[in-house]
Design a protein around this ligand. Sequence first.
Ligand code: NAD
Length: 459
Amino acid sequence: MSDGIASSYDVVDPATEQVLTTVPLADGAQTDAAVARARRAYDSWRRVAPADRGRLLRRFAEQVEHSLEELAQLEVRNAGHTIGNARWEAGNVRDVLTYYSAAPERLFGRQIPVAGGVDITFHEPLGVVGVIVPWNFPMPIAGWAFAPALAAGNTVVLKPAELTPLTAMRLAELALEAGLPEGVLTVLPGKGSVVGQRLVEHPDVRKIVFTGSTAVGKGVMAGCAAQVKRLTLELGGKSANVVFADADLEKAAATAPSAVFDNAGQDCCARSRILVQRSAYDRFLELLEPAVKAVRVEDPSLETADMGPLISRGQWNRVASYVPDDAPVAFRGTAPDGPGFWFAPTVLTPTDPRDRALTEEIFGPVVAVVPFDDEADAVRIANEGEYGLSGSIWTRDMGTALRVSRGIEAGNLSVNSHSSVRYSTPFGGFKQSGLGRELGPDALHSFTDEKNVFMATEG
Ligand code: NAD
């Protein structure tokens, strides 16, 4: 019996608005069936010897490597990502799988000195993990969850975003081709309100990894509370790029566009607020203008493309609402005409600190530049609002860099660069940008529960 809506979804190329393919959407009963298969697969997957589990994950990584160009091309068409970015994203899945393939043999417990016996700890897998993925980085965000989850001995049911299911579906096929048993990694396209919600509510799903908007994430968190379900949340951001007057202003201005316009600004880590020390503000804007105008917004399959279209007409409308006719536009880049959800990179200089462009996540190629007076002022402005995901600090004074890094309430900061994500370092948000950490050496432990066993050695 089906208790959800079985339907299908027309997947659209955002650069052409042409329908690429139609994907069936799972209903509630199909979700239950997938969870049941994953639950059965868990019984044997958790018992696969650690070295063999690691070997299978390395084979999966090799399959991704062999299919890297195919995956990248698929993402260019489905998500409008530039080909350069899409290759990096497929490569990131390979690298994350390879990184965590070493983990099964290193999932160490401890031996803790106690009286009267031996005390040891085990990191036990949880069971079935439900992974809910947004549309902005379909491949990496999937891999950050499924690679450590599988390495720790869990099985995974993953729901891609309605708009971008194609690469996740292909990754699931590659997992089977690599020899992962049926049911270990299931990709189930479907609606958030149907498949996503069922994963949250299903008692056999023991953990949810949710990446998406803060509003939906709060509902997922409330849903998980009913079963004290483990939960990782990766949510929105409104990150600051803080430029001090003593910085290498040329470099700061030359790199600022990619820090916010990469992936057409549809990046949770986008540095969508540029805070510039007042004495350098005019000079910085002078340097920023040519850098923004040089951003090549074009067919994302071209090797020269810096930026592609937005993901959908709905997203275009949302982004456009932040640039009304009377918006304080300083300057704009260019974008193609014709079909496709194109939006030119836009720089705003709002003067009202309550301006929506300064307080809300736009998730598009729109950046606001504002002045600050001193270190304390920079930290105060950077910390305004509910988010705390990422940020950059540009200065030649390492004392300033460290003080401001410690002062900003965000999970991922970079000094004199805009790097946020490395598979070997932890990633996640402060405040309402998230809960828990992905990637890095410790992510595995968020897919296990620690068990303590005491064995008496004295009668
Ligand atoms: P969204 O919250 O609308 O959807 C995310 C996913 O949740 C989708 O798969 C959707 O189908 C599903 N979903 C929707 N309703 C649900 C429900 N009731 N129960 C369970 N699942 C449900 O987000 P989006 O628009 O796809 O993505 C953009 C957002 O994601 C932005 O806010 C962005 O900042 C955030 N994001 C965060 C990170 C991070 O790592 N912090 C990374 C990427 C994106």
